[in-house]
Design a binder for this molecule. Structure first.
Ligand SMILES: Cc1ncc(COP(=O)(O)O)c(C=O)c1O
Ligand SMILES: C[C@@H](O)[C@H](N)C(=O)O
Length: 357
């Protein structure tokens, strides 16, 4: 019963097979191989973005931090949600790779930034003179860190506020696939058509061993897109994130996007989250303070239930982590349960049985 994180899940056999097939003799290193070119074209095709600049890195943190470093200056601030991964879980990488940009934290339920919150923050930074950080970029996470998704129109409204201040829009798409699978909208509708300028598309949480794409879309934001892409390549190399045998990462991304596999895998994870939520709700003792819109759920459960689950061998995080299993049985404690493409109905049903007793 593994529900700690989709990072704990196995790689999908299709992607492992793609790596095996890529292991065919010699090929030019550092991304100059044909598999990488094919994977970059596949991303452009799936996103209906023939001119997009596409590069691959191994982690979501590298993707976010290098992308933000490419679109904002050290003396600026990036507007993000208070619970954004770039704020809470990247050990200062965005600040490091931007050369010191700050993060301006904005509230909103379910880690979804509100228009009012962003508008207020933009107004507040309007006073910026030489003594103040300048507005740098907007960063949104899709799906969010609390298991919710943004509708394309929500993204468009926030992006419009950013665009009104000539700010680029970054999207942390570590679980973009889960959001796309949930909403049934096209990748283009969920990204550049909604005003996203640079998308970090995550495959690692959704079947890859390690593969993340940084996609700069050909809007009016970056002027010379080729130059922006070259700047990213230099930042990636300088940051130590250019894989010499990039073909093995590219092969994963190419296979993941081929024939809609990425959406099938994400759909499986989402379906298991739905099954788990329904089973806990049926037990009558779970409280849900956040919606289940992707592959994660955040139920509040009685402490006694948590004890029972831990004794049954269930693996998951209390959320926040530091909540103790010692104390009154009926105190409600929130946890995070994350399903991945390999989560089985048996895993889910065993968790529900242990929870409901
Ligand atoms: C929303 C979000 N963004 C970015 C990341 C960073 O990915 P990585 O841990 O591969 O650096 C994670 C990690 O799971 C995440 O949950
Ligand atoms: C660091 C931890 O939050 C990781 N990003 C996860 O979602 O599991």
């Amino acid at each position: 019963m593994w529900f700690t994180s989709d990072n704990a899940g196995p790689a999908a056999p299709e992607l492992m097979q793609a790596v095996m097939e890529a292991n065919d003799g010699h090929a030019m290193p550092y991304g100059a191989d044909p598999i990488t070119a094919r994977a970059q074209d596949r991303v452009r095709e799936v996103f209906e973005a023939p001119n997009a600049v596409v590069h691959f890195v191994a982690t979501g943190t590298a993707a976010n931090a290098l992308a933000l470093g490419s679109v904002t200056a050290p003396w600026t601030t990036v507007f993000c949600h208070r619970n954004a991964h770039i704020e809470e879980d990247e050990c200062g990488a965005p600040e490091f790779y931007t050369g010191g940009a700050k993060l301006t934290l904005i509230d909103g339920e379910h880690a979804r930034m509100t228009e009012a919150g962003l508008a207020r923050a933009l107004r507040f930074t309007a006073r910026a003179g030489v003594h103040n950080v300048q507005r740098g970029a907007l960063s949104l996470t899709q799906a969010t860190e609390l298991g919710a998704v943004y509708q394309p129109e929500d993204v468009a409204a926030l992006a419009a506020l950013a665009r009104g201040q000539s700010l680029p829009v970054h999207m942390d798409g570590t679980r973009f696939a889960n959001a796309c699978a949930r909403l049934g909208k096209s990748p283009a509708e969920m990204s550049w058509k909604a005003g996203v300028d640079v998308l970090c598309l995550g495959a690692s949480k959704n079947g890859a061993m390690a593969a993340e794409a940084v996609i700069f879309f050909d809007g009016d934001r970056f002027g010379d897109l080729a130059a922006k892409g070259w700047e990213f390549e230099l930042r990636r190399k300088r940051g130590g994130h250019l894989f010499s045998k990039l073909r093995f990462m590219s092969a994963q991304m190419d296979r993941w996007l081929e024939g809609g596999l990425w959406l099938d895998l994400a759909g499986r994870a989402n379906a298991m989250a739905d099954r788990l939520a329904a089973g806990l709700k049926a037990g009558g003792r779970a409280r849900f303070d956040h919606p289940v819109e992707a592959n994660a759920l955040f139920p509040a459960l009685p402490r006694a239930m948590h004890r029972r689950l831990h004794e049954a061998g269930a693996r998951y995080y209390m959320w926040p982590f530091d909540q103790s299993l010692e104390g009154p049985d009926d105190e409600m404690l929130t946890c995070r349960l994350v399903c991945n493409w390999a989560t089985s109905e048996a895993d889910v049903d065993a968790f529900i049985a242990a929870a409901n007793g």
